[in-house]
Design a protein around this ligand. Structure first.
Ligand code: CA
Length: 242
């Protein structure tokens, strides 16, 4: 794995067993690892070593891990993946809203973790708008094409007939494939900071979008729901594996 050989991952985890396990798993894949067991040490290592990605446990002895997200986001866009025992949806959404790139709930599989790391490394927040969109003015996945110049979404070459608001939702998700955008992020982006917390309208739009672009709206393959958190646009790799 020459591509990942030089990538440095910082593990912030106070459970020595999990910390050692993550270290071994990531080194096997050719990543360089750094690790700390406290928030204070993590902030020092982040400043001095500039890792390519941070795996962050939220329950740390000296400080809540979310304070790290806040601090780091005030000066850098480095990818942060939260790994936490907290499974509550509100915690997930809060960590993502604070600027975490992704969220894994313990226990998680190593395969899943590695996939999330690859995604985070590919789409750091600074290059959040994927290269494809920047280069071609479109994002395509499976049989779906989002055409940013025509402001239309096509399915198998045919206009899916989205309304302007439906288009804006799909267009936003298509700029961040593989990443969960929380309800709050989407609403803030589309309807402004005062759009409130009622995501009912968003869910109605999504139901209509799915009727137009998904073969089976109850088992979507283009736009996935992270229950209680938000939505995630499929990546090309989701279809390559299928
Ligand atoms: Ca912990």
């Amino acid at each position: 794995m020459t591509e990942t050989a030089k990538k440095k991952i910082l593990i912030v985890e106070d459970d020595p067993g999990i910390n050692a396990f993550l270290k071994t798993a990531l080194r096997t894949d050719g990543y360089e690892t750094l690790s700390t067991a406290s928030a204070g040490a993590a902030l020092q290592v982040i400043t001095s070593h500039c890792p390519d990605c941070v795996l962050l446990d939220l329950g740390l002895p000296d400080m809540d891990g979310s304070k790290i997200i806040e601090n780091v986001r005030s000066w850098t866009q480095m990818p942060i993946i939260v790994i936490s025992a907290r499974s509550q949806e509100s915690d997930k959404a809060a960590a993502l809203d604070m600027g975490a790139d992704d969220y894994l709930t313990k226990p998680f599989s190593v395969i899943e973790l590695k996939a999330r790391i690859r995604t985070a490394l590919r789409h750091t927040r600074t290059t959040a708008e994927s290269d494809e969109v920047a280069l071609n003015g479109s994002y395509s996945v499976g049989e779906l094409v989002i055409d940013y110049k025509k402001m239309r979404v096509f399915l198998r070459g045919e206009d899916a007939g989205l309304t302007p608001n439906e288009y804006r939702i799909v267009a936003l998700l298509g700029k961040h494939p593989g990443r969960v955008l929380t309800y709050k992020m989407i609403m803030r982006e589309l309807w402004g900071p005062s759009s409130g917390y009622d995501n009912k309208i968003l869910r109605v739009h999504m139901a209509n979008i799915r009727r137009k672009i998904e073969e089976n709206p109850n088992d979507p393959k283009y736009i996935m729901t992270e229950v209680g958190v938000g939505y995630r646009m499929a990546e090309k790799s989701d279809f390559a594996q299928a």
